[in-house]
Design a protein around this ligand. Structure first.
Ligand code: ZN
Length: 172
């Protein structure tokens, strides 16, 4: 609430339509009262502005919360519920790992070298991995490194290896 000082007794006067000061009875002339009314209006406008800003802030906070919740939900959804493409990619990765382990398990002498990562050249449900000769090595019975080649073909959806060759000789 706005207040102006009484010119007589310096008391705070807050009621704009008084004619005399309630304490010292000093006559409050019209310019004095106009000042009080204007001051009152300024205080009211400031309060209304502050309320508008407060309201806008609350909406902004709500909007930010909403965006965070939607984005977070989408993130959780995309992790928990993978897309077809992501599922396919995971199955291809699993098939590659199975092929690499199967091929490494074919080494008869010494420590097996696992074939490196290769791209899938298969189409649709077929995976097709191929390793050029020399892309990995197995030890022979004399401990010498022998350059190897391999191919591994099968079904992405079931993970089954249908055809496996080592140095061009079929193993499966
Ligand atoms: Zn007074």
């Amino acid at each position: 609430m706005a207040a102006v000082e009484c010119p007589g007794c310096k008391a705070n006067i807050t009621v704009p339509d008084l004619i005399n000061c309630p304490l010292c009875q000093t006559y409050l002339n019209p310019p004095f009262l106009r000042e009080l009314r204007e001051k009152e209006a300024r205080v009211n406008r400031a309060a209304a502005n502050a309320q508008r800003i407060q309201g806008a802030k609350q909406w902004l906070i709500l909007a930010v919360f909403g965006v965070v919740i939607v984005l977070g939900g989408y993130l959780v959804y995309s992790v928990v519920v993978p897309s077809e493409g992501q599922l396919q990619a995971r199955k291809v990765s699993a098939a590659l790992l199975a092929c690499q382990q199967r091929i490494a398990g074919l080494a008869e002498y010494g420590e097996a070298e696992t074939p490196p990562y290769v791209k899938n050249f298969g189409k649709g449900d077929e995976f097709y991995f191929a390793w050029q000769r020399g892309s990995f090595y197995f030890k022979n019975g004399f401990g010498a490194s022998v350059p190897m080649s391999a191919s591994c073909i099968g079904s992405v959806s079931t993970g089954e290896i249908r055809q496996l060759t080592l140095n061009s000789k079929p193993v499966i």
